[in-house]
Design a protein around this ligand. Structure first.
Ligand SMILES: [Zn+2]
Length: 252
């Protein structure tokens, strides 16, 4: 069966926000994309794994020439970035994106490429639950290098018309991690900085001291909803719990 055209799942959340996910990708790499509609322009937070072309599977996403904002330089967030005319990322993430990020759909190979410590836990050989079409060869998977057309730093603002997002530079998971905050609605798009699950702070370029400062900032942030890079959205109370749990566990 050719599942290319149902590879991505779209869920409109109201208020001009659509969550796009990749349910056929295994948990480690199954990330969220967030499609935000402004009156002048659209923006897409992260671009998925890039196994299936977004232009082919979700052509309506490109109707208004959206700006793709990449929360950080990991394959499951930037695989589709080369499909966009304009891409933005933090200055600290741009060199890795231009070089082409390490990428594989083979679990053990990816873990070795990224320097992930699995603590003896088995990683599946294929990081997809099913192939997009029978002829798909996962060994051909690559992430195209991304030319960042707009570099971002902390405090930058992106105006889409009727909708403005503020860039927060929140390093720790990687040096170039950013989140977008829509102050009007109290919505935070957090990438891998915080989600409701096991956070990763032990990659070769992770920085636990920076991650602690990030979590202290998040614990005090005035938000109503967090739309993360993985898994379900959550509220401010849960954000504070997750930040407190990180600060408690990393304080040793
Ligand atoms: Zn990541």
């Amino acid at each position: 069966m050719d599942t290319r055209y149902e590879w991505y799942e779209q869920r409109p959340l109201g208020g001009g926000v659509v969550r796009i996910s990749e349910p056929r990708v295994r948990a480690l790499l199954s990330a969220n994309l967030w499609w935000l509609r402004g009156t002048d322009r659209d923006l897409v937070v992260d671009t998925g794994l890039g196994v299936v072309a977004l232009r082919q599977a979700v052509p309506e996403l490109f109707e208004r020439d959206p700006l793709a904002v990449l929360t950080h330089a990991h394959l499951d967030h930037v695989g589709g970035a080369h499909e966009f005319r304009e891409t933005a990322a933090h200055t600290a993430a741009a060199p890795a994106l231009a070089a082409g990020v390490p990428a594989s759909l083979n679990g053990p190979e990816l873990v070795a490429l990224l320097g992930i410590d699995t603590a003896g836990e088995a990683v599946p050989d294929l990081l997809l639950k099913s192939l997009p079409h029978p002829g798909y060869d996962p060994r051909t998977y690559r992430v195209e290098p991304v030319t960042v057309t707009r570099t971002l730093t902390d405090g930058d603002r992106i105006d889409l018309g009727g909708r403005t997002l503020t860039v927060l530079h929140l390093p720790g998971h990687t040096p170039g991690c950013l989140a977008l905050l829509e102050e009007r609605t109290g919505t935070l798009y957090s990438g891998d900085i915080v989600y409701d699950g096991q956070l990763i702070d032990d990659l070769p370029d992770s920085d636990r001291a920076a991650y602690r400062r990030t979590m202290q900032l998040l614990a005090d942030l005035d938000v109503t909803t967090v739309h993360p890079g993985h898994g379900p959205s959550f509220d401010r109370a849960r954000l504070r719990e997750l930040a407190a749990a990180y600060l408690r566990l990393s304080d040793c």
